[in-house]
Design a protein around this ligand. Structure first.
Ligand SMILES: *Cc1c(COP(=O)(O)O)cnc(C)c1O
Length: 345
C-alpha cells in the first residue's frame, strides 16, 4: 500500500546531495573547535540570520534548553506562550534541569503574544519576585497551525522586553517557513530578536540538528551550557555537512510545501464534516477537526488507507506537507478523508 505520511516534516529523508556531502565532509574534533564543516555551517547560519555567531546543537529541544539555561539562573522566570513548544513538548527541561520557572502568557490563535501582557508579566525589582530573564516567542507556531509572525509582530514584543532590559528569544524551528511565507529575508524577520534557533531536520530535510544564533557573547556562554548538556559532539561535521546543503538548496522550495498545504486545506474545507478555515493556513501545517466521528477513529481509518496524521490534542488532527509530499499526494489524501468520513460508523 502506498503511504502518504503527513505526520510531520521531521520524517523527511536527506537528499542525495546531502548524502554525498556527508561522505565528503572535512572533519575534526568540534569540542576542540577543530571541525571545519561545523564552523562553516555556523558561519553560514550566523550570516544568514544576521547574527554575530552561531552554535550547532543536536536538536531544537537542545537549542531551547541551552538558551533558557544561558539566559536564566535558578529561580529566574522565562516568559513563554501558553501554546508554545517549550511548554508542551520539552518535558519541562529548563525547570527540571535549571530551576527555571515558566511564566505562561496567553498566546492568540496565531501564536502571537500581546505586548501589553508581556509588559505586565515582566517582573519589577521587588524582594519577593523571581527575576524575568527572557521572553520566548515561536515562529512559525507549531500548535497554532504553522502561522507566521511578521517582523512587526516580533518587534512589538521585543520593544517592550528590551525597554525593561529583558532579552527575547525566538524558537524558530521553522523560521524559514515564516520567512518564505512572509516573503521577508530571514535576517529582517529576526532583526529585533536577541537569539534564535532553527531546525535543519524539519522542512529542510537534513537528518539531524539545529542551529542557535545570537551575539558572540551569548554563543560563548551557550557553548558552555551545550557542553554541560552533553551536546559537545566530536566529528559533528557529518551532521553539519548535510545542514550546509539544507541551507543552500532547501529553503526556497518550502514555498512548494506551502502551496501544497493550501491545496490540502482548500480540499479538506470543502468536505462536509471537516471544520477548517483554509485562510488560516499560512505555511506547511494544516490543523482541523471532524464532526460526526471520533477524531481517533477517523485517524485510524485514514491510517488504514495509508494516510498518516498526528493527533494534535482536543480532537484536533494535524497534517504537514514536506519534501516528499507531492501535489498528487495531497489531492489523494483529500479523497481518503472524504471516504473516511462517508463510512457509516
Ligand atoms: C520541532 C520543534 C522543536 C523541537 O525540535 P526537535 O529537533 O524535535 O527537538 C522546538 N520548537 C518547535 C516550534 C518545533 O516545531
Amino acid at each position: 500500500m502506498k503511504i502518504i505520511d503527513l505526520r510531520s516534516d521531521t520524517i523527511t529523508l536527506p537528499t542525495e546531495a546531502m548524502r554525498q556531502a556527508i561522505a565528503a565532509a572535512d572533519l575534526g574534533d568540534d569540542v576542540y573547535g577543530e571541525d571545519p564543516t561545523v564552523k562553516r555551517l555556523e558561519e553560514m547560519a550566523a550570516a544568514l540570520l544576521g547574527k554575530e555567531a552561531a552554535l550547532m546543537t543536536a536538536s531544537g529541544t537542545m537549542s531551547n534548553l541551552t538558551t533558557l539555561l544561558t539566559f536564566c539562573g535558578r529561580g529566574d522566570e522565562a516568559i513563554v506562550g501558553s501554546e508554545s513548544h517549550i511548554v508542551h513538548y520539552e518535558a519541562g527541561g529548563a525547570s527540571a534541569l535549571g530551576g527555571v520557572a515558566y511564566r505562561t502568557v496567553f498566546n492568540d490563535k496565531r501564536g502571537m503574544l500581546d505586548p501589553e501582557d508581556v509588559e505586565s508579566a515582566i517582573r519589577g525589582n521587588r524582594l519577593h519576585f523571581p527575576p524575568t530573564a527572557v521572553v520566548c516567542m515561536e515562529n512559525t507556531h507549531n500548535r497554532c497551525g504553522g502561522s507566521a509572525l511578521t517582523t512587526e509582530d516580533m518587534r512589538s514584543v521585543a520593544n517592550v522586553a528590551h525597554a525593561r532590559g529583558v532579552p527575547v528569544y525566538v524558537d524558530g524551528a521553522r523560521i524559514f517557513n515564516a520567512a518564505v511565507a512572509r516573503n521577508t529575508p530571514v535576517a529582517s524577520l529576526v532583526e529585533d530578536i536577541d537569539a534564535v534557533s532553527f531546525s535543519l531536520c524539519k522542512g529542510l530535510a537534513a537528518p539531524v540538528g539545529s542551529v542557535l544564533c545570537g551575539s558572540a557573547d551569548f554563543i560563548v556562554r551557550a557553548r558552555k551550557i551545550r557542553q554541560m548538556l552533553g551536546g559537545g559532539m566530536r566529528q559533528a561535521g557529518i551532521i553539519a555537512a548535510a545542514g550546509i546543503v539544507a541551507l543552500e538548496t532547501m529553503i526556497d522550495r518550502l514555498a512548494e510545501d506551502h502551496a501544497n498545504a493550501r491545496v490540502l486545506a482548500n480540499g479538506l474545507s470543502n468536505i462536509p464534516g471537516v471544520i477548517l478555515d483554509p485562510s488560516t493556513v499560512e505555511t506547511n501545517i494544516v490543523i482541523f477537526e471532524v464532526q460526526g466521528i471520533d477524531a481517533v477513529e477517523f485517524q485510524a481509518r485514514l491510517a488504514e488507507a495509508g494516510v498518516l496524521t498526528t493527533d494534535s490534542g482536543a480532537g484536533r488532527i494535524r497534517m504537514l506537507t514536506h519534501y516528499g509530499i507531492s501535489r498528487a499526494d495531497v489531492e489523494e489524501a483529500v479523497e481518503h478523508v472524504k471516504a473516511a468520513l462517508q463510512v457509516k460508523a
